[in-house]
Ligand binder design. Structure first.
Ligand SMILES: Nc1nc2c(c(=O)[nH]1)N[C@H]1C(S)=C(S)[C@@H](COP(=O)(O)OP(=O)(O)OC[C@H]3O[C@@H](n4cnc5c(N)ncnc54)[C@H](O)[C@@H]3O)O[C@H]1N2
Ligand code: MOO
Ligand SMILES: [Mg+2]
Length: 398
């Protein structure tokens, strides 16, 4: 069996960067930008008034304390001009700074009476409360690099540069399949020997966190039917995700069916707990992920391996986060132990508090955890205060 890092290395080899597509501006949030974005004009495009108040010529500050108001320069109006240097213009935030002015004094520092503005203090200087044309970027400057995650601030830049269509990495078409004759739909009342199929919805939710909409289906524990269904699904989807049927049981048909369908199995079994029977294979450009059926195994393997694959598909470096173990833990097997934890923050440090559970089949306590700490296989005692890699279940930017 291979180690966690060996498994991730294999995945890196078999995940190619995804194709590029164009999407509308409306649909680009949480996608990965696949082009550089340049400024179509200076930013800001004009000397911009940054406070509501009056605009004056700063060299007048040595001579006078009060200014006759000539006019108002509102935002959205063409640039006006101050006629006489001893006067001022009222100006609004977002307006163009009028010609012959270089200093904005906010209303809070003025008293205005009978059309005359009097300064309440003398601590003013040239260019205060103005946002100089081109100070943030010049026309033609690169504002965003290909590979940027499109979050709300990035979307703002795409809007201000007038991008109505954006090149992004295509979202892979994914089908999530449950297997197992004990599973019934969530709308059913299970018989005593049955359970509702929950793993596929965990996977669907985890994919939605990555902005991937995936379908779910159920396949029976029947080799011929699995063969036929998976063959068809491979024609239609880029990637198939399975939960269950990858271990040693008489009805764990997936590894055999995959081989019969010509799928090359690159990983089957990783020195870890949970998730030991994890499977990954490819056929042409298509990939299959076989997550072990126990709920924690499914979710942990999704985060360790699918997200690793997806980072490569997006051309992004995976995130490496670390946290402080907040309780001593012993684990005597030569396996990487992915310990369920609930995180907290103290003095700016992420603390990982182990969540007690009865094993990888314990869905109840899985829901109380917000991630897992990966404790290395080489040790069996892990002390409070030691630092280990942490993976969060909830999306915090991949
Ligand atoms: N002789 C051995 N037995 C087992 C081994 C082993 O190495 N030797 N490995 C164990 C480990 S570790 C795991 S993990 C499980 C993985 O088994 P499978 O991937 O084959 O999964 P199943 O047998 O189909 O199911 C296991 C368990 O998970 C439940 N399950 C499956 N799918 C769902 C779903 N969509 N929603 C909710 N629960 C689901 C299923 O009912 C089973 O209880 O094998 C061990 N055995
Ligand atoms: O290692 Mo299995 O993944 O415990 O349930
Ligand atoms: Mg099994």
């Amino acid at each position: 069996m291979i180690s966690v890092s060996e498994a991730q290395e294999i995945l890196s080899k078999f995940s190619n960067k995804g194709p590029i597509e164009r999407v509308s501006f409306e649909n680009c949030l949480n996608r990965l930008l696949a082009e550089n974005i340049y400024a179509d004009r200076d930013a800001p495009p004009f000397d911009r008034v940054a406070m509501d108040g009056i605009a004056i010529q700063s060299d007048q500050l040595q001579i006078r304390q009060q200014f006759i108001i000539e006019d108002i320069q509102a935002a959205g109006q063409e640039q006006k001009s101050l006629n006489k240097p001893e006067n001022c213009l009222e100006v609004m935030t977002g307006a163009v700074l009028p010609v012959h002015t270089d200093c904005v004094i906010p209303y809070e520092k003025l008293t205005i009476k009978n059309g005359v503005a009097r300064l309440n203090s003398t601590d003013h200087k040239a260019f205060q409360n103005t946002h100089k044309k081109g100070i943030d970027a010049k026309k033609g400057d690169q504002l965003l690099a290909s590979g940027t995650w499109i979050h709300p601030g990035v979307k703002g830049v795409l809007a201000t540069t007038g991008h109505t269509e954006i090149k992004v990495i295509q979202v892979p078409k994914i089908m999530i399949c449950s297997t197992g004759d004990e599973l019934v739909p969530i709308t059913h009342n299970p018989l005593p020997h049955q359970i509702r199929r929950s793993n596929v919805y965990m996977l669907q939710a985890a994919l939605k966190d990555l902005n991937i909409e995936a379908h779910t289906t159920h396949l029976p524990d029947d080799k011929d039917q699995l063969n036929a269904s998976i063959g068809k699904l491979l024609e239609e989807y880029d990637l198939l995700m399975f939960s269950g049927a990858v271990s040693k049981g008489k009805y764990d048909f997936l590894p055999t069916v995959f081989k019969e369908l010509g799928i090359q199995i690159h990983i089957h079994g990783v020195k870890q707990k949970p998730g030991k029977p994890f499977l990954f294979g490819t056929i042409g450009s298509k990939s299959v992920f076989g997550f072990p059926g126990n709920p924690s195994s499914t979710l942990v393997c999704f985060h360790l391996y699918f997200k690793w694959w997806y980072n490569h598909y997006l051309g992004k470096a995976p995130n490496n986060n670390y946290a402080y173990l907040n309780n001593e833990v012993t684990f005597k097997k030569p396996l990487t132990n992915h310990l369920l934890i609930k995180s907290s923050v103290e003095d700016g440090k992420i603390l990982a508090n182990p969540v007690a559970n009865s094993g990888s089949g314990d869905l109840v306590h899985l829901a109380l955890a917000d991630g897992f700490l990966s404790l290395p296989a080489e040790k069996d005692t892990f002390k409070k205060g030691e630092i280990f890699p942490i993976t969060f279940f909830h999306q915090t930017g991949l």
